[in-house]
Write a protein that binds this ligand. Structure first.
Ligand code: ACM
Length: 549
C-alpha cells in the first residue's frame, strides 16, 4: 500500500493541547454567531447544572461527556444546584436538535428543548476548547443560535468487503459526533463477506464471514492468496449501538438482499441459491455478483424474515435498510419457480420479483407489535419495479443518478435521502496526486467537489418535505486498513456534515476551507489520520494544480 507519503507519521506530529477552534471556525457552520470582546476562563473547580428531563436523560448525557470536558477545560467538573459555571437550561422554543450557546464572563449557558440539542451545544463548546488543556481553558465571549437543515445527516460504512473492528467503528462515531452527524448506516453484508452474527443461521458467519483471498485491484483478476475472516457478534453490535446512542447517533443496519448476497448463498445454497446443484463460494472478486438469492423459494423468504426478527431488538430505531441495489435478474430469468411466480403476480418485469419479496417482508414486519415495527430503506434501483406494491412509508436512498432518482421517489410520494455516488462516495480518491491509495473505481472526488454538491437543487417546493437529508458513503473494496479509511474520510466527512446542517445559502467553499484549517489540530490531537494536502494554504484546487504540474 502506497499511501504513507500522503499521510505522514501521525505520532511524530501529534499535538497535545493546541486544538482550539475560534467560534468563527466552527464546522458545521452555525446559523448565527455573534462574538463579544470578552472571554470566560474555567475555574480549576468548575460546576455544572442540568435541568430535569425525562428521567435523568440530560444529566446522563452530561455525565457521559464529563471526562472529555474535564480534559478540554483542564478543570475538575462537578454538579451543583445553583450558580454554576456551565448551565444547561430547558427552553422549549428551541427546535428539537437545535441549541443556543452563550459564553460570557459569567459562564457558559446552553439552552435546548431536547437532549440532542444539549449534546450539539456541547459539541460546539468542545470545538472551541482544546482537546487537552494544559491549564484551565479560556473560551471567547459568543452567542450562537443553531439548528440543523436536515434530520438525516448520515455516514455509511461498508464492512462487508473489509471489516475494521469495534475500536475503529467507535473512532468513526467520535468523528461523526463532533461534526453533528446522526446516522451510522452500517452495511454489514456483501458478496465478499457476511459480518453480523445471526443465531438462527450460524453458517452465515462460520462460512459467509470467510473468503479464501482478496482481489488486488480494480478490474484485476490477481488476488493476495491470504484468507480473510471477521464478523461482529451480537454482543459487539449491542456495544456499538450503545456507544453510538450516547453520541446521539442512530445505527441503521443494512442487510443487502436479494443481490450482493453471494456470501449468504455460499453459506446456505440449499435455501438461497437459484442453482443449488452448483458450487457457491464467498466471492473474491469485486463488482456485482450474479449469484443472488432465489426470491421465489419460501425458505429464502423465511430466512429474510428470521434475520429481520434478530435485527429488530439489536437496532432499536425506526429504520432497517434492505439494500436492493445492483441485483442482476439473469438467474431468475432461467429459473422455473421464478418465472411462475412472476406470472402469478401479473408482471413481466423481473424486478417486480424483488419488490414482491420485499412485500412479504413488509407484511411480516406490519404484523408485529407497534414498538417492533420498522420502516424500510432501499437503494434507488427499487424504483425500477412497481413500487405501488409497497407502502408509501418506505425511503429511497438515491445514489446512482441521485438527483433524478430522489425526485422520482419524492414524486411517487416516498421519502428520500441524497447520497450521490458523485461526489458523496468518499472512498474514492480525494486528489489527483501521485501516491493516492487504490480505492474503488478510478474517480476522484476532491474536497471541493464534495463540498460543492448542492442537495435538493431545483426541487419544487411541494416535494421538499420528502427530502430527509444527506449521507456520505464509504465502500471498502480496496480499503484494507483503518488508517486508510480515516485518510479517505477526512476531511471530506466534514463537507458532508456541513451540507446536512447548514442552509445552502450560508455555504461557501472558500469560507469552509478557511475554517477547516484550525480543525487539523483537532484531527492530530485525536490521532485521526487525514489527507494533509487538503490543508494547504491556498484553496485546495489551486494547490493541487500547482503540485501536479
Ligand atoms: C451502491 O453503490 N451499489 C449503492
Amino acid at each position: 500500500m502506497n499511501f504513507k507519503s500522503l499521510t505522514g507519521s501521525i505520532a511524530g506530529i501529534m499535538l497535545i493541547c493546541a486544538a482550539t477552534v475560534s467560534a468563527a471556525d466552527i464546522i458545521p457552520l452555525p446559523a448565527s454567531v455573534t462574538k463579544g470582546k470578552s472571554s470566560y476562563t474555567f475555574p480549576k473547580e468548575t460546576t455544572y447544572m442540568v435541568p430535569a428531563y425525562e428521567g435523568d436523560s440530560i444529566a446522563n448525557l452530561f455525565t457521559i461527556m464529563l471526562p472529555e470536558l474535564e480534559k478540554a477545560t483542564g478543570a475538575n467538573i462537578r454538579k451543583t444546584d445553583a450558580n454554576s459555571d456551565i448551565s444547561l437550561m430547558l427552553d422549549m422554543s428551541v427546535p428539537p436538535e437545535g441549541y443556543n450557546l452563550n459564553v460570557s464572563p459569567a459562564g457558559v449557558v446552553i439552552s435546548a428543548s431536547r437532549p440532542a440539542g444539549f449534546f450539539y451545544g456541547l459539541q460546539t463548546l468542545r470545538q472551541m476548547l482544546p482537546v487537552v488543556a494544559a491549564s484551565p481553558a479560556t473560551v471567547e465571549e459568543v452567542t450562537i443560535t443553531d439548528s440543523p437543515r436536515f434530520g438525516w445527516r448520515g455516514f455509511m460504512l461498508d464492512e462487508g468487503r473489509h471489516i475494521f473492528g469495534k475500536d475503529e467503528v467507535k473512532r468513526v462515531l467520535d468523528m461523526m459526533a463532533l461534526y453533528k452527524m446522526n446516522r451510522l448506516h452500517w452495511h454489514l453484508t456483501e458478496d465478499q463477506g457476511w459480518r453480523i452474527e445471526i443465531k438462527k443461521y450460524p453458517k452465515l458467519t462460520d462460512v459467509g464471514a470467510k473468503r479464501k483471498s482478496t482481489s488486488l485491484g480494480w478490474g484485476s483478476f490477481n488476488t493476495d492468496t491470504v484468507p480473510y475472516y471477521g464478523f461482529y457478534t451480537q454482543d459487539d453490535i449491542k456495544e456499538i449501538v450503545a456507544y453510538a446512542k450516547d453520541r446521539f447517533i442512530e445505527v441503521v443496519p443494512e442487510i443487502d438482499i436479494p443481490g450482493h448476497t453471494q456470501a449468504a448463498v455460499a453459506a446456505y445454497p440449499e435455501i438461497l441459491a437459484c442453482d443449488p446443484e452448483n458450487t457457491h463460494e464467498v466471492w473474491i472478486m469485486q463488482g456485482v455478483s450474479r449469484d443472488v438469492m432465489n426470491v421465489s423459494n419460501p425458505a429464502a423468504v423465511q430466512f429474510a424474515k428470521d434475520i429481520i426478527d434478530e435485527l429488530i431488538p439489536l437496532f432499536p430505531y425506526g429504520y432497517i435498510h434492505l439494500g436492493g441495489d445492483e441485483c442482476p435478474t439473469d438467474k431468475w430469468e432461467k429459473n422455473d419457480a421464478c418465472i411462475a411466480q412472476l406470472d402469478s403476480i401479473g408482471s413481466t418485469n423481473f424486478r417486480d420479483l424483488q419488490l414482491n419479496f420485499y412485500k412479504e417482508l413488509v407484511n411480516h414486519i406490519a404484523a408485529k407489535p407497534k414498538d417492533e415495527q420498522r420502516k424500510l430503506i432501499f437503494w434507488n434501483e427499487v424504483l425500477h419495479g412497481n413500487t405501488d406494491m409497497l407502502p408509501k412509508d418506505m425511503t429511497i436512498m438515491a445514489w446512482v443518478g441521485a438527483d433524478k432518482a430522489a425526485k422520482e421517489a419524492a414524486t411517487r410520494g416516498l421519502t428520500t435521502i441524497l447520497t450521490p455516488q458523485i461526489p458523496y462516495y468518499i472512498n474514492r480518491k480525494q486528489s489527483p496526486l501521485a501516491g493516492e491509495p487504490l480505492t474503488q473505481g478510478w474517480g476522484t472526488e476532491t474536497l471541493e467537489a464534495v463540498y460543492n454538491y448542492v442537495p435538493m437543487k431545483d426541487i419544487p417546493a411541494e416535494l421538499a418535505d420528502k427530502y430527509m437529508g444527506v449521507q456520505a458513503n464509504f465502500w471498502s473494496e480496496y480499503v484494507i486498513a483503518p488508517e486508510l479509511l480515516e485518510y479517505l474520510m477526512l476531511p471530506r466527512l466534514l463537507a458532508v456534515a456541513e451540507a446536512g446542517w447548514t442552509p445552502q445559502n450560508e455555504r461557501n467553499y472558500e469560507d469552509f476551507h478557511k475554517r477547516l484549517r484550525t480543525h487539523e489540530d483537532i484531527f492530530q490531537a485525536n490521532d485521526w489520520n487525514y489527507a494533509r494536502h487538503a490543508f494547504a494554504k491556498e484553496i485546495c484546487k489551486k494547490c493541487l494544480e500547482k503540485k501536479t504540474k
